[in-house]
Design a protein around this ligand. Structure first.
Ligand SMILES: Cc1cc2nc3c(=O)[nH]c(=O)nc-3n(C[C@H](O)[C@H](O)[C@H](O)COP(=O)(O)OP(=O)(O)OC[C@H]3O[C@@H](n4cnc5c(N)ncnc54)[C@H](O)[C@@H]3O)c2cc1C
Length: 563
């Protein structure tokens, strides 16, 4: 007989998007819920993120008058993700698409306000079923003062690091404030909102922090217990059923019973050098370049594996090509591949991808190219007009942070071959590539990769009407510059294999009773593609919602009607 220190209906491991949505969903049915979070701060990578959520045919986009349908979204999955195995089975796609709509409606009903990310296009907008205007939503700015003392337990969000109450779909305008009147107007709105919040002493959250803050507040109001500094250690199993967890809490190990189920929503293993080395496959990565939260170390996935759980897509990650400037999210160069007057090249000086495509696609292209010509790292090449013209959220045109210049990471030369020499790139190769690129680029064309042709490419490019192509112009104004680019990531996206009800499957594809998983702890329904902004948080939130629904419904069905 196991002796329990506490008993709940549902125990959730991890306080990110999937974990808190599940906690809230279960609590709404009257279930007793515990969330255990190993870090002192709540929210995981979700709180650090843009908080954008990609849900096709969602009520917010429909309300904004943008047409979509289940059929189009399913066709889009088929066209882009293709057959990638059971993580993205027809049944799981079907559940993602139907439960996603229900999940957003459920959160809206509880009072969370979402804004439609108009113009933040699907990443494969040109493929069948793609939507140019986009299918993503994000939380509206939210005053976190109502959280009281819990406010200090929230993982800091993107906007805080930028010092502005900026929404994610506004950020691209902020960094292009000098390139169009519309972008300038949006930047002004953000500045006024930030100043207004300061003047009225409101802790105005946006992005992932606004999402997590609201989920947390709603969960606390419904009696959900949240234990921080409480790492999950192992699953407790009885007769093959997961019946609880062992958790370190208040300095000792306690056993907590979970009458209806345990949900693993503990993120992936982006920071585990050991696991990434073991599972990296063709995309080797030793956890050196990840931007995910430090809790992403994979021990909950390993606990389920010890129990016989099946895994898939373990070599995959949400790749994010990252120029080595040392200031992620704050440099003019993070956006460079989407803007004109830039290109990515391998050690032979050759381009190998449409640089303006999705970050996951470009990251994967770096690894693929690296098999024949060194592209990990590859190089970002740009010219002096780029430097003079483009800003980013915290840097103005013509300005590179001093520490970045001093670091020696920025290479500069008077000619393209001289720049190549400095970087160890083949000089003749790079000179030929730039010359070949510049001819058509003068007319805004990229015959080799079609850069700037999709709505997605354009959405993140230069909004000025004066450029022929928002992503393409010649690289022809000396001096020329180069910076190494690494295949960073914002988390891994392979893990436990789950069915359409978010139940963890064993080696015979049978659900392990009592065990559910979502988010980066699982092999994602997105497979090896990132379908649109918010694809990863949506995966976590939707299957968290599904898991809680399933666990509480199964518990209700198993109750003795006469008992
Ligand atoms: C800067 C940045 C911007 C991003 N922007 C977006 C975006 O706009 N849209 C999008 O879709 N994706 C975005 N991403 C990626 C996205 O944030 C993650 O993929 C997603 O949030 C993962 O959600 P999750 O619920 O699986 O895990 P998380 O949100 O990371 O939550 C997992 C939690 O589990 C905890 N945990 C781990 N192990 C244990 C344990 N043993 N015991 C207890 N707790 C444990 C962790 O500490 C963590 O708090 C971004 C990521 C970053 C870093």
């Amino acid at each position: 007989m196991t002796s329990w220190d506490s008993t709940f209906d549902v125990v959730v491991i991890g306080s990110g998007g999937g974990g808190l949505v599940a906690a809230l969903t279960a609590a709404e049915t009257g279930a007793g819920v515990l969330v255990v979070e190993k870090q002192a701060l709540i929210g995981g990578s979700t709180a650090m993120s843009g908080g954008v959520v990609w849900v096709p045919n969602n009520p917010v986009m429909r309300g904004a008058g943008v047409p979509d349908s289940y059929e189009d979204a399913m066709a889009h999955f088929e066209a882009v993700v293709g057959d990638v195995g059971p993580a993205s089975s027809y049944q799981r796609r079907q559940m993602f698409l139907t439960a996603g709509v229900d999940m957003l409606a459920f959160l809206q009903k509880l009072g969370i306000r979402f804004a439609y990310c108009r113009g933040y296009s699907d990443y494969y907008s040109n493929a069948k079923g793609g939507v140019d205007e986009g299918r993503a939503v994000e939380p509206a700015p939210w005053n976190a003062n109502v959280l009281g003392e819990w406010g200090s337990k929230l993982q800091a969000g993107l906007a805080k690091t930028l010092g502005m109450a900026v929404m994610t779909n506004e950020a691209r305008s902020l960094s292009n404030y000098n390139r169009s009147l519309r972008a300038f107007a949006v930047a002004t709105r953000v500045a006024l909102r930030t100043a207004g919040a300061k003047a009225t002493r409101r802790e105005l959250l946006t992005n992932g922090a606004a999402l997590i803050g609201q989920l947390l507040k709603l969960a606390l109001d419904r009696g959900v217990a949240v234990w921080t500094d409480s790492p999950f250690e192992d699953l407790v199993v009885s007769d093959g059923n997961v019946v609880g967890v062992r958790v370190s809490h208040d300095g000792k190990t306690v056993q907590v019973a979970a009458r209806s189920g345990v949900l693993i929503s503990a993120g992936g293993f982006a920071h585990s050098a050991e696991m990434r080395t073991e599972y990296g496959g063709d995309q080797p990565n030793q956890a050196k370049w990840t931007m995910s939260n430090p809790g992403d170390t994979g021990e909950a996935i390993q606990a389920a594996m010890r129990l016989g759980a099946k895994t898939d897509l373990m070599d995959e990650a949400w790749w994010l090509p990252s120029p080595r400037t040392g200031r992620f999210g704050a440099s003019t160069l993070d956006q460079a591949r989407q803007r004109p007057r830039t290109m990515y090249v391998d050690a032979a000086g050759r381009r190998f991808v449409n640089e303006s495509n999705s970050y996951m696609e470009v990251g994967k292209a770096m690894y693929a190219r690296d098999k024949t010509s060194r592209a990990v790292p590859c190089w970002l090449i740009f010219d002096d007009r780029y430097r003079k013209r483009y800003a980013h959220v915290r840097s103005h045109p013509g300005w590179f942070p001093k520490e970045f210049r001093d670091s020696g990471r920025l290479k500069q030369a008077a000619s393209i071959p001289a720049l190549a020499e400095l970087c160890g790139i083949d000089p003749a190769g790079l000179a030929d590539t730039v010359a070949t690129f510049n001819g058509p680029a003068a007319k805004g064309l990229d015959p080799e990769f079609g850069r700037g042709e999709s709505a997605y490419n354009k959405a993140l490019g230069d909004p000025s009407r004066k450029v022929a192509n928002p992503c393409v112009e010649p690289i022809d104004e000396a001096p020329f510059y180069a910076v190494e680019v690494l295949p960073g990531d914002v988390g891994t996206c392979g893990g436990l294999l789950t069915d359409e009800h978010a139940r963890v499957l064993d080696q015979s594809d049978r659900p392990i009773p009592g065990l559910y998983a979502t988010g980066n702890s699982t092999a994602t329904v997105m497979g090896r593609h990132y379908l649109g902004p918010g694809a990863s948080i949506a995966n976590s939130m939707v299957f968290g919602y599904v898991a809680a629904r399933c666990a509480t419904q199964e518990a209700a069905a198993n109750q003795d009607p006469h008992g």
